[in-house]
Design a protein around this ligand. Structure first.
Ligand SMILES: [Zn+2]
Length: 286
């Protein structure tokens, strides 16, 4: 299976420009990872209260832009020059300018990771506008991985648009042939759905969430049906290594499981960078 080839053009998709944009998008993704679960939870509480006809205390409404960012320990309002990706973290030496409480290293790390991924996309897809499309795909995966890691949720309002965007991009002739995309979505959903039910019937436990099916469906829509098995294999291997590592470091609390979504997302990105030719070669399918 070959991905569609588009004529080259150098429309603002050099690795440097995309890396710089990635740095800023990474900063935004930090906000999404932190706030989207809060906003969703508030909505669910409100819906449940209305359905049950009871009064509940709801937290302050949260959107991506409101309230303005504050230090979680002292409430110091973060000024624009304290919010420049990576630079501000280094200038503040990783501490709040008011109360000197440490700022999580995760913020600059997500910014740097997003910058590297965006630059990598420019390198992988050439200096072509379609690279921006793949950068968008990458950004949504970073957000999903972060949210799943923190909360074991893979929100529908990220997985489903990602799935549709993959199908539409393919229908417009920008990525892979449409049949590969459609069957990729179907195979992605049904494969994990089947594993889920077999596991549940055998053990009575739920091994993964429905969000995982939707995420793999989205990955299938972007990468094609032939990539589903390699993605799942890759995610299982990386997930097992990290899970065992965390058990040895005993940072895995009793009864808490390692979410599968970050590994699916990570494995999907590996397969995107490798491309179908190389992946099929790894599996000896050529
Ligand atoms: Zn502070």
């Amino acid at each position: 299976m070959e991905w569609l080839q588009l004529p080259p053009s150098d429309l603002l998709a050099s690795p440097w420009i995309m890396g710089l944009v990635g740095l800023c998008i990474g900063s935004f993704l930090n906000v999404v990872v932190h706030r989207m679960p809060l906003a969703l939870e508030r909505g669910w509480k409100q819906d449940s209260a209305e359905l049950l006809g009871i009064e509940v205390d709801l937290p302050e409404p949260v959107t991506l832009s409101r309230p303005a960012s504050r230090c979680p320990s002292c409430g110091h309002a973060i000024r624009w020059y304290e919010n420049i990706p990576v630079v501000s973290y280094l200038a503040l030496r990783g501490r709040c300018s008011a109360c000197k409480t440490g700022i999580s290293l995760r913020y600059p790390l997500i910014e740097i990771a997003t910058a590297l991924l965006f630059a990598g996309v420019a390198w992988r897809f050439g200096e072509h506008p379609v690279a921006w499309l793949w950068a968008g795909f990458t950004a949504v995966l970073v957000a999903l991985a972060g949210i799943d890691w923190d909360t074991t949720l893979l929100p529908d309002n990220l997985t489903l648009p990602l799935l549709w965007a993959g199908l539409v991009a393919s229908a417009l002739g920008w990525t892979l042939p449409l049949s590969q995309s459609v069957w990729g979505a179907v195979a992605g959903y049904l494969s994990l759905w089947s594993v889920y039910w077999v596991f549940k019937l055998l053990t009575g436990k739920e091994g993964m969430g429905h969000g995982d099916f939707k995420l793999l469906a989205a990955l299938g829509a972007w990468l094609g049906a032939t990539m589903i098995l390699p993605i799942v294999l890759g995610a299982s291997v990386i997930g097992a290594i990290v899970g065992i590592g965390m058990k040895i470091a005993s940072s895995l609390r009793e009864g808490r499981y390692v979410p599968f979504g970050p590994f699916l997302a990570g494995s999907g990105l590996v397969m995107m960078f490798a491309g179908p030719e190389r992946v099929m070669g790894w599996l000896g399918w050529r």
